[in-house]
Structures are given as C-alpha cells and as structure tokens.
Write a new protein. Sequence first.
Length: 367
Amino acid sequence: MIEKIFGKFQRRKKRRPFSTWQIELTTRCPLLCKMCIRSESTEWQYQDMPLEDFKNILPYLKDVETVVLEGWGESLLHKDLTECIRLVKNEGTQVGFVTSGMGLTENRVSELIEAGIDFVGFSIAGTTTETHDAIRVNSHLPEVLDAIRLFQEEKKRRGLLRPKMHLIFLMVKDNIHEVPSVPSFTKEAGLEEVILTNICHTINLWQETQRVFIWENAVNQYDEILKQVEINARKLHIRLKKPSLSVIDVPVCAENPFGSLYISAEGEVSPCVYLYPPLPSPFKRIFCEKEYLTEKVTFGNVFSDSFSAIWSCSNYEAFRNRFHERKKAYRDLYFSLWDSPRLKNAQENVLPEPPEPCKTCHKILGI
C-alpha cells in the first residue's frame, strides 16, 4: 500500500532500484485512534530515531525513488524532521510523510517547505467533525483543515506547486455513510486527490467488527457506496484511489517486498511496517475471525550492518523468493485460463503459500 499511495511522486527519469523506503522517525503519537494497534497496548515501545543514526541511512538513498518519513508515530513530533527532509532531498530523493496535522504553525509549515518537502498526506476518518473526532480520538477535523490551509497559503506565497497534498480516508462501519461525500469534502479543502483505505491490522473486537471488507470473493453490501463515490469523484475531477472490499487473488501484496521496505526507529529492516510494530514479539493479530500471534520480522539493523548485506542475506532472499514463486504461478495460471477454457474457476488453482508471517495479514488477500 505505501508504494501505491506514493508511487506518483517517484521520478520519471531513470528508475532507481527501490521505489519506496518507509523510514520511521518516531513511535510517539498524540492521538488515540480507535483503529490503531496501540489503542489497548500497555507495552508500546516509545522511541525516536536519533539524527546521527538517520544520517547512516543517507548513502543508500541514491538507490531509492521515494522516502516516506512515517511509521507508527506522528512524524511532526520528531525534533529533527525538517533536517531529515533536507538531508533526503540532498540525495535527490522524493520525500514526504503522512500526518494528523496537529500542532502545525505558519513557521513550521514554512520550515518544511523550505527544506524541500515533496508531498504530505492528511489522515481523516470522517467528513464531519463528530465522526472524525470520535474515531481519531484527540484529532479535531477543523485543525486538519487549518493545517491544509497553512500549506496552501505558504505555497501560494512562494509561488510553488509543492508539496503535493492529498487526503487519506480510513473506512470503517462508523463512517462508511460519509464516504460518498468524501470527493466534495476534498474539493472544498482545496485538494485534488483522496485515497480510501481499509483497516488492515485488527487486534480487538471493535476493530474486527468495524471492518467493511469481507473474507469472501463475493458482492459486498458496501460496493454500491464505492461506486457512488467514484461517480462523485469523476464529476468533481477528484483523483480517487480505493481498495477492494472483498478477497481477490494477488500474487504480491500492495506493500511490494521487491521494491519497498520499512526501517524502524531503532534501525531494523523489515519488508513492511505491519511486520515490525513497536510491540514485544510476538504480537497479536485477528485474521479471518481468529487470533494469531506473529513474530516480528527483521533481516538486520541498518545502523550496525551494511544494507547490501541485509538485502542479500539468505533469509531475506528466501522471503522475496516466495513472492517470486507466487508471481510465476499467477502468471502461468493467467495464461492457462486463456489457453484452456475448461478452467472456469481460478480458485481451483492454489498459489504457493506466502512467507509464514504474511499468511495472517489482510494485505495478502488484496484488501
């Protein structure tokens, strides 16, 4: 998902080996969002990435198209965020982050733009203050809109087109009725793009009962709502990205382990943010209505090991090879369906299993 969201910011010139690196600056956050896995944890590991450690990553960024300075926390809380943006830009890499916008001031916005930030995503969970504030607890929708306004005013004052800004709207049952109005809300906020997302890591009853996607490859009761939001977005010329609300066959999840990765605040390199939360290992997941304990996944620490050694280690290669096998099987299946009309049901052909920690992740179901 992180690659899909920020893919448009990647350079159009010669492609670099990696599309997106997600680098976590902090695990601290002032919000208490109901959909966050921190919502009921007493063992959350609060930490910030020291600037000197962050500098150790810079030599590797010449091979990366886009850096997202975001993890399990609010990046605006990191005291060196502006300097980190400036350092990434010096490597010729696109950079930005996702935020609640809490606490942004004119001076802070000016500093971020001066540093060269390329994109900012603003997270919301409702088009009304009542709905948004009830889900993203401690966040206030008017403050999010004020943060967007501050960026727009500073861009206009400087005569700049960047940073590009977009909304990220998390869909749950408590706000699904407001989804059709998301395009008009986006337009009124002065933005041109919105990304709808599913709650993909559930750990408690509220989160599990709030998901709007289903486990089956079947018609979903909310499909009509997404059709309507698409119509509304086209009418208003709003770019819209949306997930599937039912299971689909995907050989490789949206996190794309071939071209993307995640670096935690402590420097651990993992294929994605969902495999290395700041919790003790193993951590809990609910998947297909069952609870699972999943071990955190790291293939090395970029502060103590060379990245080339991490990327080429046998365990990491084996992890990626499982997805290569799935891609090949999917491709073979695709052609066989064309070549042999007798194969009416693709579900009869089972793809090779994904890596063990990915078996209980919603992302592998294409949702």
